[in-house]
Each structure stands twice: as structure tokens, then as C-alpha cells.
Write a protein that binds this ligand. Sequence first.
Ligand code: ATP
Ligand code: MG
Length: 444
Amino acid sequence: MSSGTRPDGLKIKVLIVDDIPDTRENLRKLLAFEADIEVVGVAGTGREAVELAKEVKPDVVLMDINMPDMDGITATKAISTVVRTAAVVIMSVQSEPDYLRQAMLAGARDFLTKPISSEELYTTIRRVYERNEPIRQQEARMSSMTRMEQDRAHITEPGMPTPGAGHIIVMYSPQGGAGTTTIATNVASALMRPDTRVLLIDCNLQFGDVDTFLNLRAQTNISNLTKSVDDLDMEVVESVLVTHPSGLKVLTAPSRPEHAFDVSAEDVKTLVNYLAGSYDFILIDTSTQYDDLTLKLFEIAERIVLICNPTIPSVRNTRKMLDIFDTVEEPADLSEKVIFVINRTVDERERGRGTVPIASIENHLKREVKAKIPLEERAVLTAVNQGVPLVAKVRNRPPARELAELAEHIREAVGPPGMQVQDVSTPPEQRRKSTIIPILGGKS
Ligand SMILES: Nc1ncnc2c1ncn2[C@@H]1O[C@H](COP(=O)(O)OP(=O)(O)OP(=O)(O)O)[C@@H](O)[C@H]1O
Ligand SMILES: [Mg+2]
């Protein structure tokens, strides 16, 4: 959504924190244009910000770093602890890794690099607000409980999501059979760690086959949850998920293609946002369709793993998709989220088999390939037949090695839990495509 009202009719409450009066005023003026955003307070110091946040309970806090009395990092820590529903966005002059690290550890959810364009400002506010929905729901339930119930809930958290980092990663290919499910199941498996909760959701609603790939027999599926999406409860959710012997949690697709008609894209989006509150990574397998569901999933995704094969039809379809990504900037810049992957690569010496060289694909699409997964018929097929992800069996041989490396690339790209980090390897001015209105400058 852009400058209209929100579907829930609520406004996003924003608190502006900066010690420079002009900056505060510029931000306030810019936000005044947006019907779904309301500035509920402005503060000139970190200490003032903490006091004001307790009072006005903002949804989003725009936080400067260098300020007198209490710096932005310390204030972020205090606000994140006291007002759990407030998502802090750090504003700094440069995306300095050291500052960002400290900000992440303090609980910041995103950052903006000055000068900030109006589009970046609006998009970031809406993104962090949407991603905080599970926390708002949890707090709303807590506040409707008695004190005794709250204490009990803190110990056992019945029906409550335990907070997770909630990185949503969507796997997509515009080409059928490109290897999306193979990559989704393997990356999900490789991301699992004792301290990392991973959920794999099959959003290929008509012909989803994650259950086949993982040899799962599910009695329940996503439609059991989307039916009651307004009244979700983690206990019910847990009973619908299936657990692979490796411990990976899976939400399967409807068992029959026609049942997909009962699942609305909006409900899937609400469900995924809710689940993001309880898992560190949510991996989503999709169909090749570019429809309302895929678009909604792209919007809420933190990263889109775009899968292409080294063949002319696949490269052509990928080109079409990248063109679409380049034009969609609201509510999120899709193009920036893309992690481009080639599946079924072959040794350059064997290229006679009609494959397009990787360098030509990169040149043509003007995209760097972040992972190359080799063609290995036997290994991949055996793994599918056994229902065990390749990476769970061997990690040091192709293509398991490359799949595990892709998982690590994703882990690094999204940063430590709790923070949605943009790709800082690309300078902000190259990342932006919308008209930049340099409203802020100067110090951080
Ligand atoms: N790197 C690879 N090497 C060899 N075989 C592969 C590789 N990747 C995928 N395959 C095989 O290709 C087939 C299609 O893969 P997969 O089902 O993952 O593709 P998909 O993009 O999810 O397809 P769909 O469009 O049907 O959802 C499977 O049989 C899988 O085992
Ligand atoms: Mg598939």
C-alpha cells in the first residue's frame, strides 16, 4: 500500500528522534503527506525519546545515533525493552558496520542511511510496522489477561508465539521444474541449528510437493490455518505443522489442487506474518505463477531467491521477472531483495549440451549469480527418493556443498536475528531507483 489508509483503518504511530531541529521538522513534514502515518511525538535527545516512547507507545521510532545526553544506541536498547511493540529504525550518515552491529544488538529493526529519500522513508516505516504485527498481537492478548494469567503466560506462553527473528525467504522461479523445491527443502534444512528455528511453507498451493520431497505424510495443511487466520493460536499452529525426522517444521500445501481455491492470498500473507513471530527463518516454496499470492509473498519477503537454469527459455523468463521486480517499488523494492541463483550448472568444458555460460547470463541479466548449484542427477534424485535433504546427508560434495553455501549466504544477508538488514555491500545511492529527495544530511 502507498499513501492511502491501512486495511485495518489504523495509522502507524511514529516517534521522531534527532537532535537537529531542522531534521526533525523535515521528517515531520514529509510524514504529514502520508494518510496512514501519524507523528505522535518528536524528541531531541535519547533520554527524552525513552520517556516519550513510554507515554505515546509508538509503532515505529526513527532514531538518530549521535545525540547529547543519551545516544541513539542506548535509547534503542531502552525503548526495545520497555515498549516491545515499538520498532526502532536507526538513521545514520553511513551504513557503518560497527554502528549497525551495535544497533542490531540493541534491538533496532532496520536502518536508513542519510540522506534519506522520501520513498525509502515511507517504505521502511511500513515494512517494519508490518513485520511487527505478531508482536502487537501478542501484546494485545497479554493486555487483555489478568496479572496472574500474564505471569503464567510468561512461563509457559500457551498459544503465544515465542519471539523469533522472522526472516521470510521466498524461493521462486518463473520456470517450471527449475529446482525451486529442491533448493527450498535443502536450504531450509541447512539453515537449521540448535538456536535457529526454521519453518518451511509450501505455497505451491495446487501442486505443492514438499511433502513428497521430504517423505512426509501430512493429515493437515495450510488451509487448516488460513480458514481461521483471524484467530490464530500457536498451539493450533503446532498441531497443523508436520515435523520431518531432522526436526524441520513444515506446513504443507493442500492435498488436492482444487482445495487451493479455498486459500486466499491475503490470508496466507496474514498467516506468514503471524508465524514470523515464532520462527527465525520462514522458507517459502512457490509455484511458477506470477499472481496475487506470489506478489504478496514477494512483498513480505526479506529476500527472494530467484532460481534460473542455464537454458535460453529459463533466462528469458527470468528476464521478464526481473523487469517486473524493477518496476515494483511499493510497498517494497523487490529488485533489491533478489538473490540470484543458477541451478543445474555444468562444467564449462561440457557446454556442448546447450547450456548458456554463466558469464553470459550475468551479462545479459545484469545480475551477479550468488550461487551455482551443479547438475547432479543421481545425488539429487536419490535424496528425493529417500525423502532426506541432500545437505542433511553430505555437506562437502556437490551439489550439497553449494546448497549449504547458499544457506550461509542467506543467513549473512539477513544479518543477526531481530534485524532486517539491507544489502550494505551496495552503496545506498545505487540501491535507490526512485527519485531521491535529499531531505537529510549532515551528521548522523
Ligand atoms: N541440481 C540438480 N541436479 C539434478 N537434478 C535436479 C537438480 N535440481 C533439481 N533437480 C531435479 O529436477 C526435478 C525438478 O526439481 P524441483 O521439483 O525441485 O523443481 P521445481 O522448480 O520445484 O518444479 P515445479 O515447477 O514442479 O514446482 C526433480 O526431479 C529434481 O530432483
Ligand atoms: Mg516445486
